[in-house]
Design a protein around this ligand. Structure first.
Ligand code: GDP
Ligand code: MN
Length: 376
């Protein structure tokens, strides 16, 4: 799960990493009020789950509250790499003397967290890695050994930071970022830029924070951050509009796309497809059903679930819970469950006795059923 900048910064703040004060705004009026409250110049920042907002015109300085209002109306509604801006983070503007980069990513190959640090921040890290690889310090942390103070020193000296005042602050941020990474079950925590102000203060001006979906159950406070985002499921799902009558939902992009082929193979016409992703909770199913049924051509719905880490019994319960919340009686819903706990899942569906649910065990049988029902 990717967090918005303002959410990542909230976590940074909790772990003691210095960030600027800010407010959330969804309208130009709210941006004006926020800037007024903060006082002085502010930065108006698009909150979208993609980088490069600055270059795309999604980050703008504003001298006065009126200016912030104007910049907010420029940025709201902007399309940044396919993400429409609906929310802004209004932050006290900082003066910047230097822009550094600091991140921790989980390195799957090494099965260890990997620190990266460079004084060449502000630009995309791939660019630094390519053009100036010597400037980028990379350092793994052995999770059994845990964080040791020498890790911070190696990063700082390796990148050539020689100001003792900066060294001290960065060492503390490095240690706190590691704690934030481990204690939040993060896959990535990135600060770009990590700035030094003309007064010598070091702080995080941006945040990129990804939490392992499979650990969200341990972090209800973080999981909750997603719920506020469920506003437009069209945006959260990879969705493809086709022109048939079978709505398709799989878990995983590959399976969803294969399902489109199989439905076509048995003589049906897919209407659209969406990817349930790794989850199968009621929230995800409700979102998926809303996306699928937004298309008036849809006559039947085909859930094609292959349980791996996602358990079929969980998905079955998610589907039933979703049907308690949405009226889907107009749609026959074929549910193919295979893989982890598939039998339990099919039993749960059968026992629920919903007349419009058709459990199936194979993808081919499920597709045939969904196509047949769409024709009725
Ligand atoms: P990104 O483009 O999505 O990575 O968004 P960032 O939050 O990193 O902002 C992009 C750039 O805007 C930064 O690299 C800074 O150069 C600039 N910026 C952001 N906040 C401030 C600020 O408070 N003051 C100044 N002067 N520049 C800022
Ligand atoms: Mn950035």
């Amino acid at each position: 799960m990717d967090l918005y900048e303002y959410q990542g910064k909230e976590l940074f703040r909790r772990f003691g990493i210095p960030v600027s004060e800010g407010r959330l705004a969804e309208t130009p009026e709210e941006a004006l009020a926020a800037a007024d409250e903060l006082g002085g110049p502010v930065v108006v920042k698009a909150q979208v789950l993609t980088g490069g907002r600055g270059k795309a015109g999604g980050v703008k300085l504003a001298e006065t509250p009126e200016d912030a209002e104007a910049k907010a109306s420029d940025i709201l509604g902007l399309d940044i790499k396919g993400h429409v801006v609906r929310r802004l983070w209004i932050e006290k503007a900082s003066d910047i003397a230097k822009e550094y980069y600091l991140s921790i990513a989980f390195d799957r190959g090494a099965k260890q967290p990997l620190f990266m640090f460079t004084t060449q921040g502000g630009v995309e890290i791939e660019q630094v890695a390519e053009e100036n690889p010597d400037a980028l310090v990379r350092l793994h942390v052995d999770p059994l050994e845990g964080f040791q103070p020498w890790v911070a020193r190696r990063l700082i000296y390796g990148a050539g930071v020689d100001d003792p005042n900066e060294q001290k602050q960065i060492a503390s941020i490095v240690e706190k970022l590691y704690r934030a990474f481990v204690e939040s079950d993060a896959m990535l925590t990135e600060i770009n830029p990590l700035i030094v102000t003309p007064e010598g203060e070091v702080k995080a001006l941006d945040s990129k924070f990804t939490v392992d979906d499979n650990a969200l159950f341990r972090h209800p406070d973080i999981a909750e951050m997603r719920d506020t985002e469920a506003a437009d499921p069209l945006e959260t799902f990879a969705r493809e509009k086709l022109d048939g009558d079978v709505g398709i939902c799989g878990n995983g992009a590959g399976l969803s796309m294969s399902t489109v082929d199989v439905v076509a193979h048995v003589g049906g016409r897919p209407a659209n497809f969406c990817d349930l992703g790794g989850g199968g909770d009621a929230e995800g199913v409700v979102d998926a059903l809303e996306v699928i049924t937004r298309d008036p051509q849809v006559k039947s719905i085909f859930f094609n679930i292959f349980g791996g880490i996602t358990r079929c019994d969980e998905v079955a319960r998610g589907i039933l819970a979703a049907l308690d919340r949405l009226d889907m009686s107009a749609y026959p819903i074929v549910v193919r469950l295979d893989g982890t706990n598939a039998e339990a899942g099919r039993r749960i569906l059968a026992e629920a006795g919903k007349p419009n649910i058709y459990p199936e065990a194979t993808m081919l049988e499920g597709a045939r059923k969904a196509v047949e029902l769409a024709k009725k």
